[in-house]
Design a protein around this ligand. Structure first.
Ligand code: AMP
Length: 211
């Protein structure tokens, strides 16, 4: 049983590292960003509303996100645990999550905080490209794609420098108060997010194994 939160600024590597954690622990990853992007792709009225926020680098209103997570946690695959990626992002969301878990008789085990300085994030995010055919994410400098697929790669519309600056502002203003929030609850585990993917994975598993 592992009920986990992945906390950290945009581009800290949460998505990449989440994959290793969910494969190892056999728990689902609940990424509110992915759920929101799926709604945008479907082109529903809600999706259009989401896009106006994500394209401006702003957070989607708490009540909408809280409802999505509550519905997702009700699904049977969350029985053995879950990894929340990109949620909660505000203290209001964290309080809503506490209530959702209490209602289900569940508790959090760890809040993993992946720490990376803003300057590093900027370089990482603006070079990020994904392959629409496989979903694989590359980096033009740190993890270059094979040349034959370079033409089909796309950049997330919110991965530009301008939008990223706004996302970082939102992170520092609204999400970083979660650090003292979970520290007080003795759930916060700080992880240095700078290094190779394997090194960071080792740090995360060290925490999960209680080392
Ligand atoms: P992410 O993929 O986690 O970086 O999320 C992309 C965008 O989706 C964010 O910039 C927000 O606009 C929106 N979003 C994702 N998760 C949340 C959340 N928990 N609360 C509010 N907005 C969110």
């Amino acid at each position: 049983m592992a009920n986990l939160i992945f906390l950290g600024p945009p581009g800290a590597g949460k998505g990449t590292q989440a994959e290793a954690i969910i494969n190892e622990l056999k728990i689902p990853q609940i990424s509110t960003g992915d759920i929101i992007r799926a709604a945008i792709r479907e082109g529903t009225a809600l999706g259009k509303e989401f896009k106006s926020y994500t394209d401006a680098g702003k957070l989607v209103p708490d009540d909408l996100v809280n409802r999505m997570v509550d519905e997702r946690l009700a699904q049977p695959d969350c029985k053995p645990g879950f990894l929340l990626d990109g949620f909660p992002r505000t203290v209001v969301q964290a309080e809503a999550l506490d209530a959702m878990l209490a209602r289900r008789g569940l508790k959090l085990d760890h809040v993993l905080l992946l720490e990376v300085a803003d300057a590093v994030l900027l370089e990482r995010i603006t070079g990020r490209r994904s392959d629409p055919q496989t979903g694989r994410v590359y980096h033009v400098k740190f993890d270059p794609p094979p040349p034959e697929i370079a033409d089909r790669l796309i950049q997330r519309s919110d991965d530009t420098e301008e939008v990223l600056r706004k996302r970082l502002e939102e992170y520092h203003a609204k999400t970083s108060p979660l650090i003292p929030y979970y520290d007080r609850a003795k759930l916060l585990r700080r992880i240095d997010g700078v290094g190779s993917m394997d090194t960071i994975r080792g740090r995360i598993f060290g925490v999960l194994r209680g080392k």
